[in-house]
Design a protein around this ligand. Structure first.
Ligand SMILES: [Zn+2]
Length: 158
Protein backbone atom coordinates (compact mmCIF):
# COMPACT_ATOMS: atom_id res chain seq x y z
CA UNK A 1 0.00 0.00 0.00
CA UNK A 2 1.36 3.35 -0.97
CA UNK A 3 0.58 6.56 0.84
CA UNK A 4 1.50 9.87 -0.72
CA UNK A 5 0.50 12.75 1.45
CA UNK A 6 1.02 16.39 2.16
CA UNK A 7 0.39 17.68 5.62
CA UNK A 8 0.78 21.09 7.19
CA UNK A 9 3.84 21.60 9.39
CA UNK A 10 1.43 23.12 11.93
CA UNK A 11 -0.18 19.70 12.47
CA UNK A 12 3.12 18.29 13.78
CA UNK A 13 3.25 19.94 17.20
CA UNK A 14 6.43 18.28 18.48
CA UNK A 15 8.29 19.32 15.34
CA UNK A 16 6.95 22.87 15.68
CA UNK A 17 8.58 23.20 19.10
CA UNK A 18 11.98 23.56 17.44
CA UNK A 19 10.79 25.86 14.65
CA UNK A 20 10.46 29.62 14.35
CA UNK A 21 6.94 29.42 12.93
CA UNK A 22 4.46 26.79 11.81
CA UNK A 23 4.46 27.68 8.11
CA UNK A 24 5.08 25.07 5.47
CA UNK A 25 4.01 21.72 4.16
CA UNK A 26 5.49 18.28 4.64
CA UNK A 27 5.58 15.94 1.67
CA UNK A 28 5.65 12.26 2.48
CA UNK A 29 5.79 9.22 0.26
CA UNK A 30 5.44 5.99 2.20
CA UNK A 31 5.17 2.41 1.07
CA UNK A 32 3.74 -0.22 3.42
CA UNK A 33 4.64 -3.75 2.39
CA UNK A 34 5.91 -7.13 3.53
CA UNK A 35 9.59 -7.61 2.76
CA UNK A 36 11.17 -10.85 1.53
CA UNK A 37 11.29 -12.13 5.12
CA UNK A 38 7.60 -11.32 5.62
CA UNK A 39 8.32 -8.40 7.92
CA UNK A 40 5.97 -5.41 7.67
CA UNK A 41 8.16 -2.61 6.32
CA UNK A 42 7.56 1.10 6.02
CA UNK A 43 9.77 2.54 3.30
CA UNK A 44 9.77 5.98 1.79
CA UNK A 45 10.87 9.55 2.20
CA UNK A 46 9.77 12.78 3.84
CA UNK A 47 10.76 16.34 3.10
CA UNK A 48 9.84 19.86 4.06
CA UNK A 49 11.08 23.44 4.28
CA UNK A 50 10.80 25.06 7.68
CA UNK A 51 11.88 28.28 9.40
CA UNK A 52 14.42 28.12 12.19
CA UNK A 53 16.74 30.59 13.90
CA UNK A 54 20.34 30.69 12.74
CA UNK A 55 22.49 29.91 15.78
CA UNK A 56 25.25 32.25 14.61
CA UNK A 57 23.44 35.47 13.68
CA UNK A 58 20.10 34.72 15.37
CA UNK A 59 18.22 35.70 12.23
CA UNK A 60 15.52 33.52 10.63
CA UNK A 61 16.61 31.03 8.04
CA UNK A 62 14.84 28.55 5.78
CA UNK A 63 15.91 24.99 6.38
CA UNK A 64 15.31 22.11 4.00
CA UNK A 65 14.83 18.87 5.89
CA UNK A 66 14.52 15.53 4.19
CA UNK A 67 15.07 11.97 5.18
CA UNK A 68 14.64 8.45 3.92
CA UNK A 69 12.42 6.17 5.92
CA UNK A 70 13.07 2.46 6.31
CA UNK A 71 11.38 0.95 9.35
CA UNK A 72 10.12 -2.44 10.40
CA UNK A 73 6.77 -2.42 12.12
CA UNK A 74 6.96 -4.30 15.41
CA UNK A 75 4.39 -4.86 18.14
CA UNK A 76 6.60 -6.10 20.98
CA UNK A 77 10.03 -5.38 22.47
CA UNK A 78 11.05 -8.94 21.69
CA UNK A 79 10.35 -8.38 17.98
CA UNK A 80 12.28 -5.14 18.12
CA UNK A 81 15.33 -6.79 19.74
CA UNK A 82 15.26 -9.65 17.23
CA UNK A 83 15.85 -7.26 14.31
CA UNK A 84 19.28 -7.07 12.71
CA UNK A 85 21.19 -3.86 13.57
CA UNK A 86 20.73 -2.38 10.12
CA UNK A 87 16.96 -2.31 10.55
CA UNK A 88 15.18 0.25 12.71
CA UNK A 89 11.97 -0.75 14.46
CA UNK A 90 8.77 1.27 14.67
CA UNK A 91 6.82 0.19 17.72
CA UNK A 92 3.07 0.04 17.44
CA UNK A 93 1.12 -1.97 20.03
CA UNK A 94 -1.28 -4.67 18.82
CA UNK A 95 -4.34 -2.62 19.71
CA UNK A 96 -2.92 0.71 18.57
CA UNK A 97 -3.66 2.31 15.23
CA UNK A 98 -0.59 2.97 13.15
CA UNK A 99 -0.27 6.75 12.68
CA UNK A 100 1.65 7.74 9.55
CA UNK A 101 1.78 11.34 10.85
CA UNK A 102 3.68 10.16 13.96
CA UNK A 103 6.21 8.32 11.80
CA UNK A 104 6.66 11.36 9.55
CA UNK A 105 7.08 13.69 12.53
CA UNK A 106 9.57 11.43 14.29
CA UNK A 107 11.70 11.05 11.16
CA UNK A 108 11.75 14.80 10.52
CA UNK A 109 12.77 15.50 14.12
CA UNK A 110 15.60 12.97 13.78
CA UNK A 111 16.69 14.57 10.50
CA UNK A 112 16.84 18.09 11.94
CA UNK A 113 20.41 19.31 12.37
CA UNK A 114 21.47 19.80 16.01
CA UNK A 115 22.63 23.31 15.15
CA UNK A 116 21.22 25.25 12.20
CA UNK A 117 23.29 27.99 10.62
CA UNK A 118 23.30 29.98 7.40
CA UNK A 119 26.06 28.96 5.07
CA UNK A 120 27.09 32.60 5.17
CA UNK A 121 25.36 34.92 7.59
CA UNK A 122 24.54 38.40 6.38
CA UNK A 123 26.18 41.05 8.52
CA UNK A 124 23.02 42.28 10.23
CA UNK A 125 24.19 45.76 11.17
CA UNK A 126 25.50 46.42 7.70
CA UNK A 127 22.25 45.14 6.18
CA UNK A 128 20.19 47.41 8.41
CA UNK A 129 22.28 50.48 7.53
CA UNK A 130 21.94 49.71 3.81
CA UNK A 131 18.18 49.28 4.20
CA UNK A 132 17.85 52.67 5.91
CA UNK A 133 20.03 54.35 3.26
CA UNK A 134 17.93 52.82 0.52
CA UNK A 135 14.73 54.02 2.17
CA UNK A 136 16.08 57.58 2.28
CA UNK A 137 17.11 57.40 -1.39
CA UNK A 138 13.75 55.99 -2.47
CA UNK A 139 11.74 58.61 -0.66
CA UNK A 140 13.57 61.89 -1.17
CA UNK A 141 10.34 63.89 -0.88
CA UNK A 142 9.68 62.55 2.57
CA UNK A 143 11.10 64.24 5.56
CA UNK A 144 14.47 62.99 6.70
CA UNK A 145 13.58 60.25 9.20
CA UNK A 146 16.30 61.51 11.50
CA UNK A 147 15.00 65.08 11.62
CA UNK A 148 12.80 64.24 14.59
CA UNK A 149 15.79 62.80 16.40
CA UNK A 150 17.81 65.95 15.80
CA UNK A 151 14.97 68.03 17.19
CA UNK A 152 14.77 65.80 20.23
CA UNK A 153 18.47 66.11 20.80
CA UNK A 154 18.50 69.91 20.68
CA UNK A 155 15.52 70.05 23.03
CA UNK A 156 17.18 67.87 25.64
CA UNK A 157 20.34 69.95 25.40
CA UNK A 158 18.52 73.12 26.33
ZN1 LIG B 1 23.07 33.32 10.16
Amino acid sequence: MQLKSQLPVASLQRLCESLLDEEGTVTADLLFELDTERRPRIIGKVSTDVSVVCQRCLQPMLLHVEDKIDLVLVTTDAQSKALPDRLDPWMCGEDELLSPADIIEEQLILAMPIVSMHERCVDVNKAQVLAIQKQIELEPARKNPFAALVGLKSRTEK
